[in-house]
Each structure stands twice: as structure tokens, then as C-alpha cells.
Design a protein around this ligand. Structure first.
Ligand SMILES: C[S@@+](CC[C@H](N)C(=O)[O-])C[C@H]1O[C@@H](n2cnc3c(N)ncnc32)[C@H](O)[C@@H]1O
Length: 257
């Protein structure tokens, strides 16, 4: 971890932020270290606020599980990258009770909640997506609202290359994530739509002082067109977009040899 620098004294007393959130902003850490600290701190509150911040969250999860190409009683192996509190894995387990699930995240606090939430046996791996090497090959690799934290397009492309290598033949990768509009005009519309959604659930002050700054500090989304290009360049076939509304999308690709 980096050193606390001189800006520590200028912490803004935003009452909607925890002390940890305020400290994280003032500490000179790498982007990934900040993300880990942020999610460690947010772990216990995550399941309460995520529903208020992400439009169609449950619907997108339903779509993600709907395109897993297995029958409900099949045995298959799946890994959930950036699993957070394990919501995606929980719903996969609910639908596919024989699936062998591995949850992976950089935040051990998130992983602990995930392990408690999913009643079935799950394996948990604590690790950083930037350097993660898959311990085995999987039939299904999923990720939700996590890969946009990878800092650069290059890091996202390299992640897709590693995901491709981590899949068994005919395996599928499904990503539910934040994406950018393909021009500034569309991106402004996306942001407005997100703000309008949040306004139904949280105060305008919290949106302006907490969630918009957190988006610019923590999130590094790229356009859906770039994701598709990176997936195809990484070797994926049958790349498809199953859902897209404003700045959220569910898309997938298969490993066919
Ligand atoms: C917004 S949460 C999403 C959690 C969950 N997948 C969901 O949809 O509810 C993002 C998760 O990605 C994890 N994450 C972010 N950057 C990561 C990295 N470099 N390596 C591993 N996990 C990371 C965070 O710790 C956090 O749990």
C-alpha cells in the first residue's frame, strides 16, 4: 500500500461516506488496491445498495443464467470472476444444483459473504483479476459488474485471452457489465438514464456526492464494440449481445475449436 500523502488533511466530510471511503480517496494507492479497499469496506452493505444503483439488475442476472447452455440437472464447472457477495453464483446454484461453483474475488470480505450466502459447497479463490491464472479449465466462466474495474483496454483484452485459455472446448464466457456509449452524446444519455434510476431510490445529494464520484474514481468501462472486438481477437466465436440497455449489457462468446 502507498503512503498517506498531504491530502489526508483535506478529507471532505461527506456524511454519506464512511471514514474508510474518505481515507481510500486520500491514500496514494494503485487503482486495484483502492478497489480492494473500497469493496472490503462496502461488503456488509453491498447487497442493500446494489439493487438501488443498478437498473434491471435482477433481470440481467436472469438473462445471464438463462444462456448457460446446460440442463438443470447437468454437472458442469463454473467460475464467477469478481463474484462479490456471490449473488450470481447463488442464482446459478439455485437453477443448476449440480454445478460445481468457484467464486473468485480480490476482496476476502466479499468472498466470505459469498461463501455464507451460497448454501452449496463452493470453492473460493482470493486473487487479482489482473494477474489471475485459472487453476483448471471450466465449462462456464461468468462475471458480473467486475471486469470494468480493470484499468485499461489492454488489461481487458488480456483478461479475455486468459478467460479463453481457461475454458474447456465448447465452453461459454458470459459477461454482465457496465459499458460506455460509443460517442459522447450517447454516453451522456446513458449517464442521465442511470441517474434517473438512482433518483427513485437515493437522494440527489448521495448521487452527486457519492455515486457519480465513485463511478469516475473506480470504474473504467469501455464500449460494447470494443468488448466484442477484444472477444473475437481473443479467439471467441459466436460472440453475441443478449441484452443492452443504456450503460449495461450482457454479452457472451463460445470457445469452439
Ligand atoms: C460491483 S461488484 C460486483 C459483484 C458481483 N459480481 C455482483 O454482480 O453482484 C465488483 C466486484 O469485483 C471485485 N473486483 C474488482 N476488481 C477486482 C480485481 N482486480 N480482482 C478481483 N476482483 C475484483 C470487487 O472486489 C467486487 O467484489
Amino acid at each position: 500500500m502507498g503512503n498517506i500523502n498531504a491530502t489526508t488533511t483535506s478529507i471532505i466530510g461527506n456524511p454519506d461516506e464512511t471514514i474508510i471511503e474518505q481515507l481510500v480517496k486520500s491514500i496514494d494507492t494503485s487503482h486495484t488496491e483502492k478497489i480492494k479497499l473500497h469493496f472490503d469496506d462496502a461488503a456488509n452493505r453491498f447487497d442493500n445498495f446494489i439493487q438501488t444503483l443498478i437498473p434491471n439488475y435482477n433481470n440481467m442476472i436472469e438473462i445471464l443464467t438463462a444462456i448457460i447452455p446446460f440442463d438443470e440437472h447437468d454437472d458442469f464447472e463454473v467460475i464467477d470472476l469478481g463474484c462479490g457477495t456471490g449473488t450470481i453464483s447463488y442464482f446459478i446454484n439455485k437453477k443448476f444444483s449440480h454445478a460445481k461453483i468457484t467464486c473468485m474475488d480480490i476482496s476476502e470480505k466479499m468472498l466470505q459473504i459469498a461463501a455464507d450466502k451460497i448454501v452449496a459447497d463452493v470453492s473460493c479463490i482470493s486473487g487479482d483479476l489482473n494477474t489471475f491464472t485459472f487453476p483448471q479449465k471450466y465449462d462456464v466462466i461468468v462475471s458480473s459488474l467486475a471486469l470494468h474495474h480493470l484499468e485499461t483496454d489492454q488489461a481487458k483484452f488480456e483478461m479475455y485471452q486468459r478467460i479463453y485459455a481457461g475454458l474447456k472446448e465448447n465452453g461459454i464466457f458470459i459477461n454482465l457489465d457496465i459499458v460506455l456509449g460509443s460517442n459522447e452524446e450517447l454516453q451522456a444519455i446513458n449517464m442521465q438514464n442511470w441517474i434517473n434510476f438512482m433518483k427513485q431510490n437515493v437522494s440527489e445529494r448521495e448521487i452527486v456526492e457519492k455515486w457519480i464520484p465513485s463511478y469516475y474514481a473506480d470504474d473504467r468501462p469501455t464500449s460494447l464494440r470494443s468488448h466484442i472486438k477484444f472477444l473475437e481477437e481473443a479467439g471467441f466465436k459466436e460472440v453475441d449481445v443478449i441484452y443492452k440497455a443504456f450503460n449495461y449489457s450482457v454479452f457472451c462468446g463460445r470457445k469452439r475449436i
